[in-house]
Write a protein that binds this ligand. Sequence first.
Ligand SMILES: NC(=O)C1=CN([C@@H]2O[C@H](COP(=O)(O)OP(=O)(O)OC[C@H]3O[C@@H](n4cnc5c(N)ncnc54)[C@H](O)[C@@H]3O)[C@@H](O)[C@H]2O)C=CC1
Ligand SMILES: O=C(O)C(=O)COP(=O)(O)O
Length: 614
Amino acid sequence: MAIAPSKCFLSPQILTNRPSLLYFPAKSPSYVSFSTPKSSTLTLRKSAGPARISAASTVPAETHAGASSESKPTVLVSEKLGEAGLEVLRSFADVDCAYGLSPEELLARISRCDALIVRSGTKVTRAVFEAAKGRLRVVGRAGVGIDNVDLQAATEHGCLVVNAPTANTVAAAEHGIALLAAMARNVSMADASMKAGKWQRNKYVGVSLVGKTLAVMGFGKVGSEVARRAKGLGMHVIAHDPYAPSDRARAIGAELVSFDEAISTADFISLHMPLTPATSKVFNDETFGKMKKGVRIINVARGGVIDEDALLRALDKGTVAQAALDVFTAEPPSKDNKLVQHENVIVTPHLGASTMEAQEGVAIEIAEAVVGALKGELAATAVNAPMVPAEVLSELAPYVILAEKLGRLAVQLVAGGSGVKGVKVVYTSARDPDDLDTRLLRAMITKGIVEPISSVFVNLVNADYTAKQRGLRIREERVSHDGPPDVPLDSIRVHLANVRSKFAGSISDAGDIIVEGRVKDGVPHLSLVGSFGVNVSLEGNLILCRQVDQPGMIGRVGNILGGSNVNVNFMSVGRTVARKQAIMAIGVDEEPTKETLRKIGEVPAVEEFVFLKL
Ligand SMILES: NC(=O)C1=CN([C@@H]2O[C@H](COP(=O)(O)OP(=O)(O)OC[C@H]3O[C@@H](n4cnc5c(N)ncnc54)[C@H](O)[C@@H]3O)[C@@H](O)[C@H]2O)C=CC1
Ligand SMILES: O=C(O)C(=O)COP(=O)(O)O
């Protein structure tokens, strides 16, 4: 039985102080925009459904999702989807069911949609993402194969792609077995012959399955279910899959073998691999030439894994006795397609997933994934973004905020024209490196660094791609630390190398801009700037002041801020040596006016200062 992976929800205000989602840019429409109270505390609510992390004292999580009808997202469904899935979608979004759109009609409509749900018939090309003009946030593939979606283009446009990988597995496997048996016993030919008024008992003598060798090519979800069923029919099952664990095959009673061994010893070959550059036309003249004469082939995977002209030649020569095809290179195939017309070929019009049960299951699976993604959940079935398990996410939540804020702080310390290229992130942790998944943290640091200095919106989908595009090299290092292993991280330190700073105090002895932070009582804190240790919570905005260490400085600067009605929420002084240099980190709720900042700069002992927006 398939185990559904756990899903997680990160409410937007937890991830940033701005109305942005983890996946989706800050320019999200109003259904995800709401404000962050300054003193929000993190709470984790666990329910039977997704784990949700939300800010206490804000809007309840349920109301985040499209409160008013005019702010609902729009979901375009371009192919037939089960009613149960449509209901899930309608409870959250405006649903536009437009089946059978031409490519041009899809391009014309897509810029009005936040999500698109397709099956295998819609080609989601680069042109679709370009025509979406940044509005399309999720493509949901109501099924398994995502070969009709340009994943690279989706990632470049920060668009999440999710699929429904489990609900049609059994349907596809049953169809494979149906084709296997129907082909072996000439069911469709005999049926057609009788309907034509004939009674041809001798012509349609079949072959038995029991004791025959079946090679399952691709031992994933469908392939292993086919193998299990074929064992029940008394077949000897072998399988080829370069990535499948042999114990899973052994548990079903199948033996994993090489590609050549599989195709050269099998009486029946059933295809269950995805269509990828590596599997495209992997069944061709050469490989048909290695097969046992009279082999029978079943394809419920993808037409493109077979060179169809080569199959035709192999059928005509008799190398392949029969083929049963559910899928074709071009769908639908042309009316005069020679394979479809071949007397030794039986065909179905891509029906593998088409059972009532599978269609309802797939529809619900994809609708929930799309709605979840639009709400900011980390989809368990994301195809082009890392999947972060709920437990990992819940413990990393405050560090996620810390990571983005450190990125924001660091980049604001860079002097104009310096251009950030080299970033080093040092995670200090008592955990074994394998127990610390930093992809989410790295994405948030990238977001923090890139967003304040560009018009690019960074999310978990496009973070690594965006960093690469901008020539930003992010190197991660782990430092082990003697602390309690239940705390995932002691500190995160961000170094920007080879840049000038507008605040010299942030430059370390090694010449890098350094900011380091920790989480204290669930709240991100700044703990180091350059070589100066500080302790200020990362909420609101921050003034960093470097001064000659002397009594009365806190009072003088505090008075200036108070006199300008700027509320100080935290203050901390860090110094290297007493009575020499010190850095004062002042957390402020409001943004001070230029006049107020000028007054701070005029305090005689203040050597430099900078105002930073978190
Ligand atoms: N006809 C239909 O309506 C349906 C077709 N499908 C297709 O069936 C195929 C399998 O689906 P699932 O089992 O759900 O996917 P899966 O991802 O669970 O399994 C695919 C397996 O193929 C293996 N594989 C990858 N490259 C390979 C190679 N070069 N040689 C051999 N094996 C390789 C993978 O390791 C994996 O174990 C997909 O192409 C999918 O699109 C799935 C459902 C319905
Ligand atoms: O899930 C798959 O990979 C399928 O091939 C099913 O395709 P469909 O949704 O029936 O167009």
